[in-house]
Design a protein around this ligand. Structure first.
Ligand code: ZN
Ligand code: ZN
Length: 369
């Protein structure tokens, strides 16, 4: 039971799994320090806390510390005793770790700065801090059905927003205007936020895979690339579709078909046990066979969850193997600098029998507006 009188919370269960995992490294405590949001997704995953400063100490007991800005919020969000730091926080953290009788303390290394690691070592006389890689991120790769439902909600909202903005889209609107109106719509319809700066790229800008949105006006005859996502209840969506403002060049149509085939081949290649390299290759092969291999520079996809880019990765240099519960994008793209680019991105859940799509926005043909 936790403070709210509920059965064991999902957070408690996650902390238990983390504890079992880190214990294999013979540590007797695990420390997670979120300063200025540095560990915000990992700390939220383990405690539900959404603030920018919080410390989780896992050992024989679990403790949560924050400062006075967040004490009340943490009491509502976190199913652990909440301690309030006054003055310098490092000595208090060390005191709590020592009180647990811990000597060897594990810490994740992906978000811990070298500066913080050195400060911990200085303040923690008699304690040994051990870098453990990415134990929380490794747990986060495999989503529960409740997490999949949250991402699905974010995807549905993202798609509804796209459907709406396409009815508003006109030549003369600037990319910025489209991005802002869409973001406003998402927030109005219940999103916490957007999952990333929405990418609205008109004409030649669509050839830059991570372009954002600028003051350029959209023009008739151009393609417009939307790479967009809402964040709902802490979970992200990530979706890309390209539309044409008026009849496009025949080359645009031809490239669209190739990218669509690659997207479908990538989705078909997904199953538990498939490697990130093989899934990428299945899609890349289609683009290479069309003689456009050079124009597809990035990886095929990435995991999505509380962050828009997480493990596992689908790419020629991936070291990952898919397991049920992974949630990944499939987003082949072909880019002609100075002219146009086409990318089609869907989000799927990995299951034993293949990929279960979460996105369903029509893609079979290039939509002409
Ligand atoms: Zn995207
Ligand atoms: Zn993506």
């Amino acid at each position: 039971m936790n403070y709210n009188g509920q059965a064991m919370s999902e957070y408690h269960e996650r902390r238990q799994r983390l504890w079992q995992k880190v214990r294999a490294h013979e540590v007797d405590a695990f420390l997670l320090v979120n300063v200025e949001g540095s560990e915000q997704p990992n700390l939220r995953y383990l405690t539900g806390f959404t603030g920018t400063f919080g410390v989780l100490i896992l050992g024989e007991e679990a403790l949560f510390l924050t400062d006075s800005r967040y004490t009340e919020q943490a009491q509502h969000q976190v199913d652990l005793p909440v301690g309030e730091v006054r003055g310098r926080w490092l000595p208090m953290v060390m005191e709590k770790i020592r009180a647990l009788g811990a000597k060897r303390v594990g810490i994740g290394s992906t978000r811990t700065t070298l500066y913080l690691f050195e400060e911990l070592r200085k303040a923690g006389e008699g304690l040994e801090f051990v870098s453990l890689g990415a134990p929380v991120e490794e747990l986060r790769r495999v989503k529960t059905s409740a997490e999949v439902r949250k991402v699905k909600e974010a995807v549905e909202l993202t798609e509804a927003g796209l459907k709406w903005i396409l009815t508003e889209l006109r030549p003369g609107m600037s990319e910025h205007q489209v991005a802002l109106e869409l973001e406003f719509w998402y927030r109005k319809e219940g999103a916490d936020d957007v999952a990333f700066d929405l990418i609205i790229a008109g004409g030649p800008h669509s050839a830059m895979p991570h372009y954002r949105a600028g003051n350029t006006a959209l023009r008739k005859g151009e393609v417009v690339l939307f790479d967009i996502g809402a964040r709902v209840d802490g979970y992200c969506a990530d979706l890309t579709r390209v539309v044409a403002l008026g009849k496009p060049d025949p080359q645009v149509e031809a490239v669209y078909k190739i990218v669509l085939s690659a997207n479908e081949a990538g989705i078909r290649a997904i199953e538990a046990g498939a490697s990130g390299i093989d899934v990428d290759a299945a899609a890349r092969k289609i683009i290479e066979e069309a003689g456009l291999g050079e124009k597809f520079g990035h990886g095929l996809g990435h995991g999505v969850g509380m962050e828009v880019h997480e493990a596992p990765r689908l790419s020629p240099i991936s070291e990952d193997t898919l397991v049920p519960g992974n949630l990944v994008t499939v987003e082949p793209g072909v880019y002609f600098p100075g002219k146009f680019g086409i990318r089609i991105e869907d989000l799927v859940v990995v299951s034993e029998d293949g990929a279960q799509p979460l996105s369903s926005f029509p893609k079979e043909e290039l939509v002409v507006i």
